[in-house]
Design a protein around this ligand. Structure first.
Ligand code: SAH
Length: 294
């Protein structure tokens, strides 16, 4: 199977039409990728309310979604979701496929939302669970730093989905820490995890979820081999750079309206290398008040 993802991300610019997209459009109509058009209303028509346009813009990857395609193919199991991500080149790693199969996304999304559609879903408090292709992308970018026994920090842990995947990958000898500033989301993430395959790790303490301002990281368990930030920082947070191990990697969306998913490597001598992976759209990494008022 042709691996499309790396090519696609290279054209993750908001104003250009990806040559890959053009190619797919002209060569095979079943393989048409296009930016997702979000539904206009977030609730049923019986309970009509205005859409949260800011949240609906969190695609997350501006030029990639398979939802359009999946809508036609009866995407109704977690396994099928993973198979499609593999089929379309988003997941190339066997390990990432296995962990996403093991942690059922349906346990982490609110009731009555299409759990396996390739789009973010609102989870309350002006937050979203990221789209499956973004979860897969971030897991792959961090895979090397999520080996058994390693330490991982998930900032803006929301539903706890990705923190659970990290915990499964680093195993009982490792540590996976989730930090989220909305206490209600931390409480519901713990409920979600308790129903999932990661429950024994939560019980054992190698997986833990905390209320806190993620811009400060979680110094108690630092340094980390892997840091994932699930919300867009206006600029690179120094505390997170400081808590990265030499040899460690952080994946973080940076920017305001225009955001780039940055891959930050701390080299063994402590110097930092940064590259942009793709253009994305995430909710902001901000204060609790600013988020609740947005
Ligand atoms: N990655 C998660 C959630 C992504 S949404 C998932 O897929 O389920 C981004 C999350 O970051 C939200 O839950 C939001 O509440 C949280 N967040 C935003 N700013 C934060 C901050 N300063 N500290 C901690 N969490 C923050």
């Amino acid at each position: 199977m042709m691996n499309l993802s790396s090519t696609m991300k290279a054209y993750g610019c908001r104003y250009c039409v990806s040559p890959l997209k053009q190619l797919l459009h002209t060569t095979n109509h079943h393989l048409r990728f296009r930016p997702r058009s979000p539904p206009l209303f977030s609730s049923s028509f019986n309970n009509l309310k205005l859409p949260n346009f800011n949240l609906l813009l969190t695609y997350n990857s501006l030029f990639f979604t398979t939802e359009h395609l999946w809508g036609r193919s009866g995407m109704n199991t977690n396994k099928k979701m993973v198979e499609h991500l593999q089929q379309y080149g988003v997941i190339s790693s066997e390990k990432v496929a296995r962990v996403m199969e093991t942690i059922d996304r349906a346990l982490f999304v609110p009731d009555r939302t299409p759990a396996y559609a390739d789009c973010p879903q609102e989870i309350g408090y002006n937050a979203t669970i990221s789209a499956p292709h973004m979860h897969a992308t971030c897991l792959q970018l961090l895979e090397e730093k999520l080996q058994p026994g390693m330490h991982a920090l998930d900032v803006g842990s929301g539903t706890g989905y990705l923190t659970s995947c990290f915990a499964m990958m680093v195993g009982p000898q490792g540590r996976a820490i989730g930090v989220e500033h909305i206490p209600e989301l931390v409480a519901s993430s713990i409920n979600n995890i308790e129903k999932s395959a990661a429950a024994p790790l939560l019980k054992k303490g190698s997986l833990s979820m905390h209320v806190g301002d993620g811009r400060e990281g979680w110094p108690e368990c630092a340094p980390y081999d892997a840091i994932h930030v699930g919300a867009a920082a206006p600029e690179m947070p120094q505390a997170l750079l400081d808590q990265l191990k030499p040899g460690g990697r952080m994946v973080i969306p940076v920017g305001n309206i225009f955001q780039d998913l940055k891959v930050v490597d701390k080299n063994p001598d402590g110097s930092i290398s940064i590259r942009s992976e793709s253009s994305v759209r995430y909710v902001p990494l901000t204060s609790r008040d600013a988020q609740l008022q947005s």
